[in-house]
Design a protein around this ligand. Sequence first.
Ligand code: GLN
Length: 491
Amino acid sequence: MDFTTLTFVSAAEALEKGELSSRELCRMLIEKRESIDSRLKAYIHFNPEKIMAHADEADERRAAGRAYSKFDGLPLAVKDNFAVRGEPCTCASRILKDFISPYDATVTSRLRRAGIIFAGRTNMDEFAMGSTNENSGWEPVSNPWDLQRIPGGSSGGSAAAVGAGEALAALGSDTGGSIRLPAGYCGAVGLKPTYGRVSRFGLVAFASSLDQIGPLTRDTRDSACLLDLMAGPDSKDSTTLPQPPENFTDRLAEGGLKGMRIGLPKEYMDGEGLDPEVKNTVEQAAEKMRQEGAEIIEVSLPHNPYAVAAYYIIAPAEASANLARFDGIRYGMRDEEGAKQGILELYRKTRAKGFGDEVKRRIILGTYVLSSGSHDAYYLRAQKVRTLIRQDFNEAFRQCDILLGPTAPAPASRKGELTSPLEMYLTDAYTLPANLAGICAISLPAAFSKSGLPIAVQLLGPALGEKQLLRTAHQFEQINQLQIGTPDIPA
Ligand code: GLN
């Protein structure tokens, strides 16, 4: 059996049929990682002994007829900003270098109860701030399809690991596209659920009104399956929605595209800087869906061109408040020199040494837009724009069931190519509107560029519209028949 051809669901089936043991599965994962990760740097922490010990326990449970679930013994990679009890959680920041999480996030405890093995923590932009992974406090991740290119961010390690076949599936977080953008660049499927669908308890907060947790997988069935395992209300996160858990997997293939109304937002298709190959991929996707009986409608999201500006005020504002807790006293790093000079110097020196440039930029920007003289001009205004963006989506979803557009303006750029923060921020133009509106969206690999890089399309659904979103994505996957495979990575 070849590890790179397995999915989360197919591996579960193989375990159930006894064709594979968790030990064999985890061994394949460990070997694959050993052979390629020195090139990719997708993982920050990886403990083969611990993984194998968990695998043996899972095999014993299954043999005794006491498997926790049909997924018992499956390995899952986890972005390094989730709390997993007893494991490091650094958010790829020097300030959390030696931090060990004393508790489980709600998602990790739910997955743990299903018998999932947390197999490695994936690299990311520091505190999930970035779109290229070049802001990792450790080493930047490479794109598996071209090692000179970025994997996207901020869940770049998760996306590269899945795209390269050194993870069955992975968890990521998406505040302004951080699951979908890297999934798109690396040839993985990336799902951002509706805000409140999945508990954020135990996810290190970046921008609390935007953050959502979701899976990065090899196909849409795996996305549905992982969402089933994670979603649902949680008393530890008051922003979770009361909807009881639904089953997204069992009837995923039902429905078909016939009669569905698919909206193409004109602002997405006419946007400045949209690469012709990406535009063509989205148009081809629309055409294929039309041939299956979907109606393609042009819709308008008139305030979307202001989304990047609004997001880069709101997200830093929330980040500046959330990151105040990293003060040299409560978590992680503490500058002892500073401590001798009093509390202010302790804060200053710890934060100056512990945070990287992009994180500092966000904290400064966020503090500025919240300050009394600027609050109304920037923060309040951005919130008003956010409301208009949400209303645009509501209006669009009155005219159509699902929206279709690009995930990113172009395929993955070269490392170092985006030289200013603004250039990087602009790559989020198609992904971050969904976070501002709180709706659900999924990125799917759809084609390869002439230069051999994955090109993705994005589908967006209304709040709590995951069932239809996943079904539509699944239909597209079936009709598009892209054999994505995994790239050859020289040793
Ligand atoms: N690229 C965006 C940012 O830097 C989104 C990050 C994310 O979704 N975590 O803020």
